[in-house]
Design a protein around this ligand. Structure first.
Ligand code: ATP
Length: 212
């Protein structure tokens, strides 16, 4: 089984990384593909460039076998629709169950995603818990997909909806960006290597009045 965690990763943080490690172990995944978007469909342009977000992801994953930085959305360019990404992953892994992980916050907007119902023809959707977000009531389409255990995920290539609890970590990229802009220390919310890169690239920092 292959896991997929897409995101803006602006920047990658321990909320993403811990989620990836836990779902990989708990569900027995061969690998988790972490896929930074080029242009997110439903939100503002990210503060860091696609190449910078990918570089931060690669730094964060440097020593973690089984967690893979996948640059297919950046290479494809344009608005990153998950339906296109899953179609491309399905070509790469024709015989493996694909598990698309989304946080409870993102799941609340799933029905606004492009061709959202077709996602289930290509992958399972696994909702991971996130502090501050509860699960919305399910429409009849989603209720019919709901699996009560993880077993159907390994028995089918796609088509199930599953809820997976993970260690709650109340970390968000928005808060990290604000912290850095406010000249506060984000240590222990994201890897030191990523913090060093942010400082070196002057990402998220307040605008330097001298123009430097
Ligand atoms: P931002 O604050 O900029 O919206 P974010 O921290 O939510 O960013 P994203 O890159 O948008 O990060 O998230 C990618 C995916 O990871 C989404 O499905 C999101 O729900 C999930 N996710 C992000 N942070 C957490 C967390 N702390 N716990 C569980 N899931 C998370």
């Amino acid at each position: 089984m292959i896991g997929i965690l897409g995101g803006t990763f602006d920047p990658i943080h321990y909320g993403h990384l811990r989620a990836a490690v836990e779902v990989k172990e708990r569900l027995g995944l061969a690998q988790v593909c972490m896929i930074p978007c080029a242009q997110p469909p439903h939100r503002d342009v990210p503060a860091a460039s696609a190449q910078q977000r990918l570089a931060m992801l690669q730094l964060a994953l440097a020593s973690h076998a089984g967690l893979v930085a996948d640059d297919r959305e950046i290479k494809r360019g344009g608005v990153s629709y998950m339906i296109d990404t899953l179609a491309s992953l399905r070509q790469d892994y024709p015989q493996q169950p694909l598990l698309l992980f989304i946080g409870a916050d993102a799941f609340g907007h799933l029905t606004a995603w492009k061709r959202w119902q077709d996602l289930f023809a290509l992958a399972h959707v696994v909702v991971i818990t996130r502090p501050g977000y509860s699960n919305p009531p399910l429409c009849s389409f989603l209720s019919a997909k709901l699996a009560q255990s993880s077993q159907p995920l390994s028995e089918n290539l796609a088509g199930q909806l599953y809820f997976q609890a993970i260690t709650p970590l109340d970390i968000a990229a928005t808060a990290i960006r604000q912290m850095i802009a406010g000249q506060h220390n984000p240590a222990f919310l994201l890897p030191d290597t990523v913090i060093a890169y942010i400082n070196q690239q002057k990402l998220y920092h307040p605008i330097d009045q001298t123009g430097n």
